[in-house]
Design a protein around this ligand. Structure first.
Ligand code: ZN
Length: 144
């Protein structure tokens, strides 16, 4: 895996452990060039979940898209990338074994729910972003 700091291709795994009841693996990696340390996750992909948008159209759930939206919403200073991955994993685990479709607004409600329980600062920031929009759906539209 590429080093996020210097883009060197050689990184080594220095620690590896199961997370989320064995549904995922979290690895600490170290860059062999600049010695930067970072974390990567490997997990079962959620592939059969459809997101229903406000206009009624459906699209495949996309973890990368949700991650990007959360990064935009929080800014990197308010919530670390690791924490964002953690929140997404929690949401995905909650969805597994449930219906195959989820409304887009429901995803954002769930995000707020997890944040409220865990991180006051990020929750306040996220909630205040919402205040500027009429509904969660409007917010999501802006995020694309
Ligand atoms: Zn590096």
């Amino acid at each position: 895996m590429k080093c996020p700091k210097c883009a060197n291709m050689e990184t080594k795994v220095i620690d590896s452990r199961a997370v989320e009841d064995g549904m995922g693996i979290r690895r600490r990696r170290s860059c062999e060039y600049c010695e930067h340390r970072f974390t990567s996750y490997e997990k079962v992909a959620v592939t059969d979940l459809f997101v229903i948008k406000r206009d009624g159209s459906k699209q495949m759930y996309d973890r990368d898209k949700l991650r990007k939206a959360l990064i935009i919403a929080f800014g990197k200073n308010n919530l670390s990338l690791e924490k964002i991955e953690d929140i997404i994993s929690k949401l995905e685990n909650k969805r597994s074994g449930m219906g195959k479709e989820i409304k887009s607004e429901k995803i954002w409600e769930d995000v707020l729910h997890v944040l409220k329980a865990e991180n006051d600062v990020a929750y306040v920031r996220f909630a205040s972003v919402f205040m500027e929009f009429e509904t969660l759906a409007d917010f999501q539209e802006i995020l694309g």
